[in-house]
Write a protein that binds this ligand. Structure first.
Ligand SMILES: *Cc1c(COP(=O)(O)O)cnc(C)c1O
Length: 350
């Protein structure tokens, strides 16, 4: 675990945008939230958050859930049953980082598709060529496509509105439903300079996180048609995800929804960070959003050394991952680069 201070210096925590803590404005909104028992009567602040989220994403309805993983699991539990298969780009969160919860809950099996266009993106032609819901009665049925925008393990890569449209159309033509894991969909919209509805169009359900770059302490929205949300609400209760005075955290979510535009700053900081470590010879593609992925010879060893000098990073998909966020200023990013350069020059005594 990364300590908050090391040798008297504050730790610069680039492990994830989930480390962001609610600021004074958010805490004030939480303290002042009007609340009620959401299971018995409905919680007014949670309702307001769900309505605002649905409006921003241009979907009929939204449901607050405690985490993104639960949001994905609920959506896929509504859509899938035993004998089904769901397809997703390689290294998708729902396949690799949710412990197989979808298969546990539904009996459906995953199938990963290659990143044939560029990192994190699958190609419409690959779907048309390889996927079909019209298979022999004794074969697994490809029932659903699960997209991820931005794609986390690929390095926060963006699927553009046009690519989104093409892939969704191909999935529909193959007889599949579409779920979008939009944990960082906000970042995708800001980076692609497009509107959120262009990135949700045609999907049957979408999950978005309030707890990452937007800075809420917890919570996601899982969204779709009114009928989808009716079913999702029942599954949420089955999983123990229906909570009582959820308005306390929903209030933070409402503040978070007003902070989409400032993600641009995180993207700029990621670009600055990437340029700095590239100067040291690290192999780093230009970040599209707030995630920097570096290919280095010994990722685990480097993470340990960085930890000693107060720079928190993680290893993901064999690479060093660094994530910029609102709790770090541009000055903090420059400070991290100074520390990393000292480590490169003087070794572990930096
Ligand atoms: C973070 C994340 C989730 C879910 O996150 P929780 O930690 O369960 O809230 C889902 N998908 C992607 C791509 C993510 O990055």
């Amino acid at each position: 675990m990364t300590p908050r201070h090391t040798r008297g210096r504050a730790v610069i925590d680039l492990r994830s945008d989930t480390v962001t803590r609610p600021d004074a404005e958010m805490r004030a909104a939480m303290a002042a939230a009007e609340v009620a028992d959401d299971i018995l009567d409905g919680d007014p602040t949670t309702r307001a958050l769900e309505e605002r989220g649905a409006e921003m994403l241009a979907v009929e309805a939204a449901l607050w859930v405690p985490s993104g993983s639960m949001g994905n699991a609920i959506a896929l539990a509504v859509h899938l049953r035993p004998g089904d298969r769901f397809v997703a780009p390689r290294l998708s969160h729902v396949v690799e980082y949710e412990l197989g919860a979808v298969s546990w809950l539904t009996g459906a099996l995953p199938r990963e598709l290659p990143w044939s266009v560029r990192p994190g993106c699958i190609e419409a032609a690959v779907i048309s060529r390889t996927v079909s819901s019209d298979r022999p009665y004794d074969a697994l049925r490809d029932r659903l496509l699960c997209l991820e925008n931005t794609h986390n393990a690929a390095g926060g890569t963006v699927t553009s509105p046009q690519e989104h449209r093409e892939v969704v159309t191909a999935a529909r033509e193959a007889g599949m439903l579409v779920h979008l894991d939009g944990a960082r969909l906000w970042n995708a919209a800001v980076a692609a300079k497009t509107s959120l509805p262009k990135l949700t169009s045609g999907v049957d359900s979408v999950q978005v996180c309030l707890s990452k770059g937007l800075g809420a302490p917890m919570g996601s929205l899982v969204c779709g048609s009114a009928d989808f949300v009716r079913q999702a609400r029942r599954v949420r209760k089955m999983l123990g995800g229906a909570v009582r005075q959820s308005g306390v955290v929903a209030a933070a979510g409402l503040v978070a929804l007003g902070r989409v535009d400032r993600l641009e700053e995180d993207h700029r900081k990621a670009s600055l960070l990437a340029a700095g470590v590239r100067d040291l010879g690290w192999e780093v593609p230009e970040p599209e959003t707030n995630i920097v992925m570096a290919k280095v010879p010994d990722a685990d060893g480097l993470v340990r050394n960085l930890d000693r000098i107060g720079v928190g990073v993680t290893v993901l998909a064999g690479k060093v991952r660094m994530v910029t966020h609102c709790d770090l200023s541009e000055g903090d990013v420059r400070d991290a680069l100074v520390r990393i350069k000292r480590l490169a020059t003087f070794g572990e005594e930096a």
